[in-house]
Write a protein that binds this ligand. Sequence first.
Ligand code: UT7
Length: 333
Amino acid sequence: MTRTRTAILGVGQYVPSRVVTNDDLAQMFDTSDEWIRQRTGIEERRFIEHAGIGPSDLAIPAVQEACQKANIEVQDIDAIIFATLSPDHDFPGSGCFLGHKLDLPGVPALDIRNQCSGYLYGLQIADAWIRCGMYQRVCLVGAEVHSTALDFTDEGRDIAVLFGDGAAATILAPTEEDKGVIDVEVHADGVGAKELWMEAPASGSIPRITTEMINNRSVFPSMNGKMVFRWATSKMPECALSVLERNGVSLHDIDLVVPHQANIRINEFISEKLGIPPEKVVQNIAKYGNTTAASIPMALYAAIEQDRAKEGDLVLFMGFGAGFTWGAALVRL
Ligand code: UT7
């Protein structure tokens, strides 16, 4: 009996045109191109060109391109999953804004808030929907506007240098062929919730936002970088090995690893730990920084554009981020 699987039909990407180099940041606060390159591998990132551009706006061209690559019309999309940690507004979700902007009235839109693991959580949901026959053309988007929530002062420099804006979209559809999503595993552990977070505004605060919050900088993200680094380098390989083992796949069978792009040192550490040659690991952080939920599909897009990912390849995705949340997925393209 043939088994329905979830195929990635097309991938699209959009980044704003404004390039911000490390030297540009060094003019705003105490940092240097050398420090950022050495500690993170980042050379530049993209920021929105002006106010008024949200993640749902960045997602529009990414979805249009993904549909074109998938050979479908935007109107064929029958469900949207929008992964973001920087939604256009607190509510409603960015998926509703995107559906409206794409003229998809009535198409269900689910926002998920799983940060750097958002794409993997979305992939697991989309895969379940498609395998049970609920939807036929799921648009899974990761899109972020970080630049409006960064602290461009000496106090915020550890985080401000890391993040960039961008969007990527994938069109997922059922296939009877021997390809597509083989397995997705995701996890969360709130023990790390306050180690990488944005404390304010907060629903439990009366009122939700105060001048004090702005003055004490709790409206900006904060991170215990060393702890996140340790968890990321432990949990991503652990989860990847778990997925491989459950599916009887060895690391040698993997054609390409598409990891979340948080820090080039994290990915180098993981590839060394797992014994994966660096040429099998996609790295595009130098150009875009960390784009959280958009990072994995953007890295996949880069691999396809550079002819490093081809039909039939066995690809291993992995991600780690705020929550803490993490996951891994095995996909045959
Ligand atoms: O996608 C979400 C997941 N996020 C991650 O996975 C990020 C994980 N963490 C990291 O990637 C690293 O911890 C960072 C890149 C954030 C920081 O690197 P680090 O090697 O852990 O540096 P550090 O925080 O220990 O800071 C070392 C020094 C400090 O100075 P002192 O105390 O040694 O004098 C910092 O104040 O570097 C200083 N520093 C900076 N210097 C120049 C911190 N940020 C900067 C900066 N420019 N932007």
